[in-house]
Design a binder for this molecule. Structure first.
Ligand code: NZQ
Ligand code: ZN
Length: 376
């Protein structure tokens, strides 16, 4: 097991940011998104911390949800030009993933996409510090970063141990301003991470129980949170659940591939084609994928249903999962996000082009068609 990220969790943990940044030097590249941190005051708190320890700061704002490689390359060029010592990424998964990609691109002369395309194997990275503002992806404590390339029409995840943040600051109050919608997508995403681990190969009873525990946190505390977006305790429970769901430790030990990830591959194609929020693609794709798998792995699906929803068949499990996502306000069919049957060919093409499959549950083109039938 390996996880080098130092996680600072709780109210006002930001007060430790200045000290953490000072460990690495005094030239900072600050990366953030479309402006939420300017509205909710987080930007000011971060800048105060950096100023208090005498940092010189260069900024790259405007990282978009479902981030693109052009932004990564532009921010890396800025960081390279000013020889920065450390990157501070303040935002959700899109910003922190971009920060990770920037951290391995600065020491490299080409595009960061070369890493995703397998043409560049980083041997060094600029240290990254994350300040998380949205509970969902687990990126704050893992070595993954997902980026889009619209020129090649790909959305790919990369993994490198150099991309673990050195420090991550998680103040649940920083997520108060996340909309109801995005809070729900975050819950769907953390649940999907548990399920990707669960559906991998490998008889790992304790890892299964960790999966069930994290899923239960989501099922119990997710719905009340949506009615009380400023409830610190509920925000904290969901934030910790999201970190635990994908930090490459508890849910993945004893699995052969560190997760199946077939459903994420489907979700990435939907985000790429229609710019859908990541969590919304998963609340549609997971039930559809499970319907395909119901006859192949009925016992595995039923075991999940028994432990999470107290039901006994694969069919009931899938219905319960769909009803739960629906209760959160997440879409469970493509038509709910404005995608009708006439888009089927386009999605199929995207799936073929991106070679959508799982690490364990391999998917064929015939499988794609059935999944899409279920999803439409
Ligand atoms: O850009 P700003 O203005 O910050 O607004 C964002 C964005 O519009 C907003 N937001 C974030 N924090 C907020 C806030 N709004 C109000 N108050 C706050 N405190 O929320 C919107 C969505 O942000 P984004 O970062 O895109 O969301 P999320 O955290 O769900 O990240 C999604 C990205 O992460 C990737 C996804 O594919 C997607 O690209 N993933 C990364 C993973 C990883 N690194 O391990 C695993 C995941 O499976 C996932 O693939
Ligand atoms: Zn995800």
């Amino acid at each position: 097991m390996y996880n080098p990220t130092r996680l600072h969790f709780g109210r006002d943990v930001i007060k430790g940011l200045g000290k953490a940044v000072s460990e690495f030097g005094n030239r900072v590249l600050l990366v953030y998104g479309g402006g939420s941190i300017l509205k909710n005051g987080i930007y000011d708190q971060v800048i105060n911390q950096l100023n208090a320890v005498g940092m010189t700061v260069w900024e790259h704002g405007g990282i978009r949800p479902n981030p693109v490689i052009e932004d990564v390359d532009a921010a890396a060029a800025l960081g390279r030009r000013h020889n920065v010592d450390v990157i501070v990424a303040v935002g959700g998964g899109s910003v922190i993933d971009s920060g990770k990609a920037i951290s391995i691109t600065i020491p490299y002369q080409g595009s960061g996409w070369d890493f995703y395309a397998g043409r560049y194997k980083p041997s060094t990275a600029v240290p990254l510090i994350a300040v998380l503002t949205l509970a969902a992806t687990g990126t704050e404590m893992n070595p993954f970063a997902v980026v889009q390339n619209r020129a090649t029409m790909q959305k790919l995840g990369g993994r490198n141990d150099l991309m673990y943040p050195r420090h991550s600051f998680l103040d649940p109050a920083y997520t108060f301003s996340v909309s109801r919608e995005y809070t729900a997508y975050g819950i769907a995403d953390l649940m999907a991470h548990c399920l990707e681990a669960y559906f991998d190969d490998g008889d790992a009873s304790l890892s299964d129980r960790f999966v069930f525990s994290i899923l239960q946190e989501a099922v119990v505390y997710g719905p009340p949170l949506l009615d009380r977006l400023h409830d610190y305790e509920l925000r904290a429970r969901i934030m910790y659940a999201a970190t635990a769901a994908l930090n490459r430790t508890m849910t993945m030990n004893g699995r052969k591939n560190a997760g199946d990830w077939g459903v994420h591959a489907i979700g990435h194609v939907l985000s790429l084609l229609y710019d859908l929020p990541h969590g919304a693609t998963l609340s549609i794709a997971f039930p559809a994928w499970m319907k395909l798998q119901a006859e192949r792995i009925p016992d595995r699906i039923a075991f999940l249903g028994k432990n999470i929803f107290g039901v006994s068949t694969p069919e009931e499990t899938i219905v319960e999962l769909e009803m739960f996502f629906k209760s959160l306000g997440c879409p469970i069919r493509l038509v709910q996000v404005g995608i009708s049957a006439d888009k089927k060919e386009e999605i199929l093409e995207g799936m073929v082009h991106n070679q959508v499959s799982g690490n364990y549950h391999k998917l064929t083109v015939a499988d794609y068609e059935r999944i899409l039938e279920f999803a439409l």
